[in-house]
Design a protein. Structure first.
Length: 390
């Protein structure tokens, strides 16, 4: 594989010696069920064929040196294998550092450090979970080296903890779960409340998943994300006053929510909660449609998901709305919606294979005319989760 050969060459240049092992960790795309994960609802993500590679060699001391070919200007970053805390100067390396520290806290203490070269094929800022890809990759490198006896679900939980506690982004479990537990040609229906999951075969027949990147960096996403999360938590607490047994918004049917919604005092919080409830139920309906070979219905529900993210959750913005609206007008598009945290990032569309070239042309022209620069496209296949390559 050409990528790995280039990485091994970079490894020798940066560290001397030879890399001993290679790993791959995918990105993820969520087919439907957006901003439901931290509301105890269902999501329906799959791992994709783009992601993060690592070539690794063991060291004899308690030190790790890491180098990203994507961020060569940051050089080699060095850190100890215990007693770590977030360090702004270490930039991207805080993600693997966070995983090392969470392993330590959980009692899984690495006996030595590593030299690692990373290379990612995920477009930056596209909302395809490059951070989760890197975190679960580091977890797999640690488990592979030290045989702690952790299964992938436990590694996923430690990776999420690294992002929450160490990096300080209050993400739900979906990203790490999809990255670690992905299965080729399947999406995962995951209950984020219980972590119960099942695989569902994705038979798109003569259609493909096309990810369209707005190429707008989503700098607003993390602060707005934390605000939305707090609004939903506050709405849930008000609903608990009349329904004390309620643990998460994802437990409610649409009908139950409509009966109880008046107990949420803030109009804005009512809208946020409505999205969380309706989107969860939409995800369940969409999986059922796909399992009954009703791809058209699945596409319609994807479109409805975008409406809700735009109107009730207010996380789209002109770039994502422009891409979705253009996509809905292209013949051969089954469904299209924003994906990820929002405020930039990407849309996901299911497009008939014979319509993909026209889809790209129409969206490039329309988007460039309105926004002033072009989008970019990835036609993704559904891949296996994080694993050692050789």
């Amino acid at each position: 594989m050409a990528i790995l050969e280039d990485m091994k060459k970079a490894f020798t240049e940066q560290f001397g010696g030879q890399a001993q092992r290679s790993f791959f960790s995918p990105g993820r795309v969520n087919l439907i069920g957006e901003h439901t994960d931290y509301n105890g609802g269902h999501v329906f993500p799959c791992a994709i064929s783009l992601g993060t590679y690592a070539v690794v060699a063991d060291r004899k001391d308690d030190k790790s040196r890491v180098y990203s070919m994507n961020l060569a200007d940051k050089g080699v970053i060095e850190f100890p294998m215990s007693g770590l805390s977030y360090d702004k100067a270490h930039d991207w390396a805080n993600y693997p550092m966070g995983v090392v520290e969470m392993f330590n806290e959980a009692g899984y203490k690495p006996a030595h450090g590593f030299d690692i070269v990373f290379y990612g094929t995920l477009p930056a800022g596209a909302g395809l979970s490059s951070s989760a890809s890197l975190e679960v990759l580091m977890a797999d490198i640690l488990e592979d080296a030290f045989h702690f006896g952790l299964d992938m679900v436990e590694m996923v939980k430690l990776s999420q903890k690294a992002e929450n506690k160490f990096v300080g982004v209050n993400c739900g479990i979906m990203d790490q779960f999809a990255v670690g537990m992905g299965k080729k040609d399947h999406a995962i229906l995951l209950d984020c409340n219980t972590l119960e999951y099942r695989y569902s075969k994705i038979a798109l027949k003569d259609a493909s998943i096309v990810i369209t990147n707005t190429n707008k960096p989503h700098s607003l996403a993390s602060s707005a994300y934390n605000v939305r999360r707090a609004q939903c938590e506050h709405a849930l607490n008000e609903l608990k006053e009349v329904k004390p047994e309620l643990k998460a918004l994802g437990e409610l049917s649409n009908e139950e929510f409509n009966k109880l919604a008046g107990h949420i005092s803030e109009h804005l919080e009512r809208q946020r909660a409505r999205h969380a409830v309706y989107e969860n139920n939409r995800a369940l309906e969409a999986v059922d449609a796909l399992e009954h070979d009703d791809v058209e219905k699945f596409g319609k529900l994807m479109n409805e998901s975008h409406f809700s993210l735009r109107d009730d959750y207010d996380v789209t913005g002109i770039e994502l709305d422009t891409l979705a609206e253009l996509a809905w007008g292209v013949p051969g598009v089954i469904g299209s919606r924003m994906v990820g945290a929002g405020f930039g990032g990407s849309t996901i569309s299911i497009v008939k294979n014979d319509a993909i070239e026209n889809f790209k042309k129409v969206l490039t022209e329309g988007y460039t005319k309105k926004i002033g620069y072009a989008p970019s496209f990835v036609v993704a296949s559904i891949a296996d989760g994080t694993h050692r390559i050789d």
